[in-house]
Design a protein around this ligand. Structure first.
Ligand SMILES: [Zn+2]
Length: 61
């Protein structure tokens, strides 16, 4: 059930974007900063200068 819920959640997130409130701390990768959703794993660019999220959510795998 957990897996199924996760799949549905992933699908919905891909279509509508992540709506979860819990995001990881910003982390850098390849010279850029990102934050990751703790619920569905969606990642989003994070601008360290303005301290704001930017762009759309995406999945790295
Ligand atoms: Zn999420």
């Amino acid at each position: 059930m957990q897996v199924l819920t996760g799949k549905i959640s992933n699908f919905v997130t891909r279509v509508f974007g992540c709506w979860h409130a819990e995001l990881s701390r910003p982390f850098s990768r390849g010279g850029r900063a990102y934050r990751k959703c703790l619920s569905c794993g969606a990642q989003r660019r994070f601008h360290l200068g303005t301290w704001e999220m930017e762009g759309k959510f995406f999945y790295s795998n």
